[in-house]
Design a protein around this ligand. Structure first.
Ligand SMILES: Cc1cc2nc3c(=O)[nH]c(=O)nc-3n(C[C@H](O)[C@H](O)[C@H](O)COP(=O)(O)OP(=O)(O)OC[C@H]3O[C@@H](n4cnc5c(N)ncnc54)[C@H](O)[C@@H]3O)c2cc1C
Length: 445
């Protein structure tokens, strides 16, 4: 049975995240955005309130929430500040390779630490010269006995400037593509690890983004998340579980933008009427509402698939690019409804517009999601309809009614123009496109 009701536990999670977002995040979001600073005290409070690291399995002290619970929670946080949602959720992204990996000793060593005290862990695949092309990374992991020595630079790392731990992806051989990629848990305090200055950004200024330099960093065997050869798959598996939640960032931001636009449309007067009385504005609101609802359904479906143990890769990509692109459309139209005020820093749309713009870029750009989905649609998806050349397009007779014109005669379809010929043999050439008899295919009766 299909059921879209949230469980009692999920409703509680939603209420808890919503209350925190309204009380602790919304009042400070613009202040930290202006300062271009991650609100660490708010993150710490979120940790104290049990709003972080909930996906860690129970055997390591966590709550073992599903991706769906993560999406429900994140929508609420992002509704107040998408930048802070990025920082808060980053621990889930950073810890996911650990949760998924086979190194039990490593899980036992680090996952309980994330539960017991306020620690930040981030995820590092991107480098200054590559982001989308994960297999093209240059950061090197050279084996030394049972240890690995890391050398290279990671870039764009969310929470990079403040994190305690890094899930670093590096390659044994930059020429070996995805086959050389491994993953390693690196501590900030280790010799050879240094972080760059916070990268100034257009939006999501409440999240810290920084580079990470690794200079002869020795990683002991126990800290190998995945040996070279297994890291690329692990990164992709991680993304397919975190992309639905990035979609939820979009749903949350778009929902707020829509609510602000509705509020304004009900109050602003022009030409003697409330602007919300104009059908042009009402239709914009209808489309915003439709986009928020459809995006949430896609996000929840992909999250549900992940929680059922199904492969969520395709629906995670669909949810990510649909929810993040429609979120930008919703914020854009909401800003339009607020007219000139929408464009000012005194109203919330300007920040939402800047914050939401990022969602199309990180965790795989919209273009990369389209590549994943189109490859699936074209080469893996099993069609229901027959191939075009086998399609029974009989316009001159009903093939299911025997005894009618041409019944009993074989049918031949021209593979070029679609013409159907009835006869024992195909015609010498097609009377429409003049292609020869060899172009005709005998059709199944
Ligand atoms: C604020 C912020 C936070 C981030 N946080 C993290 C993080 O925590 N950890 C991390 O590892 N990374 C992080 N990233 C990096 C992010 O994942 C990359 O920026 C993203 O994957 C795109 O990579 P790129 O910037 O190198 O662009 P490129 O890969 O160089 O792509 C440039 C453009 O070309 C397009 N393109 C590339 N290849 C193709 C193709 N084959 N077909 C069609 N179009 C293509 C892209 O879609 C894009 O439009 C973050 C980025 C930002 C901006």
């Amino acid at each position: 049975m299909l059921n879209f009701n949230l469980s009692k536990k999920q409703l509680e999670i939603q209420q808890k995240a919503r209350a925190f977002a309204l009380k602790e995040i919304l009042p400070v979001a613009w202040y930290y955005d202006e300062k271009d600073e991650l609100p660490l005290p708010v993150l710490r409070k979120a940790f104290d309130m049990g709003l972080m690291n909930n996906d860690i399995p129970k055997k390591y002290g966590g709550n073992e929430y599903g991706i769906l619970e993560g999406a429900i929670m994140t929508e609420e946080i992002a509704a107040a500040c998408p930048g802070l949602a990025t920082s808060l959720f980053d621990n889930s992204l950073g810890a996911e390779p650990l949760i998924l990996c086979r190194n039990e000793a490593l899980k036992k060593k680090y996952l309980p630490k994330l539960i017991k005290s306020f620690k930040l862990i981030c995820f590092a695949t991107s480098e200054p010269i590559m982001g989308s092309d994960v297999a093209g990374m240059r950061c090197k992991a050279v084996r030394d006995g049972t240890d690995y020595i890391l050398n290279g630079t990671k870039y764009w790392i969310t929470n990079g400037g403040v994190a305690d731990y890094f899930s670093v992806f590096a390659t044994e051989d930059p020429k070996s593509g995805h086959e050389g990629v491994g993953a390693f848990l690196v501590e900030k305090s280790w010799e050879g690890v240094s972080v760059g200055k916070a990268i100034p950004k257009l939006g999501q200024r409440c999240s810290n983004t920084a580079g990470l330099r690794l200079k002869n960093v020795r990683v002991p065997k126990i800290n190998v998340i995945a040996p070279p050869g297994e890291g690329f798959k692990l990164a992709m598996k991680t993304f397919s579980r975190t992309r639905p939640v990035v979609g939820a960032f979009g749903v949350g931001g778009a929902r707020s933008a829509m609510e602000f636009a509705i509020d304004y449309a009900k109050k602003r007067t022009a030409f003697g009427s409330k602007i919300g009385d104009f059908q042009a504005v009402q239709f914009k609101i209808a489309e915003m509402y439709q986009k928020v609802e459809t995006a949430r359904l896609l996000v929840w479906k992909a999250a549900w698939e992940a929680d059922q143990g199904l492969d969520p890769t395709i629906n995670a990509s669909i949810a990510k690019f649909f929810a993040t692109e429609t979120a930008l459309e919703v914020v854009n139209e909401a800003l339009q409804i607020l007219g000139g005020y929408g464009y000012t820093k005194m109203f919330p749309l300007e920040k939402l517009f800047r914050d939401i713009r990022l969602l199309r870029i990180y965790e795989g750009t919209s273009e990369i999601q389209r590549m994943i989905v189109s490859a699936h649609a074209m080469y893996a998806y099993q069609p229901i309809m027959p191939a075009l050349e086998d399609l029974p397009v009989f316009r001159d007779r009903n093939p299911l009614e025997p005894g009618k014109k041409n019944s009993g005669k074989p049918a031949w379809r021209c593979r070029m123009c679609g013409h159907i010929h009835h006869g024992k043999k195909p015609p010498k050439e097609c009377p429409y496109c003049f292609f020869p008899a060899s172009t005709f295919k005998k059709m199944d009766r």
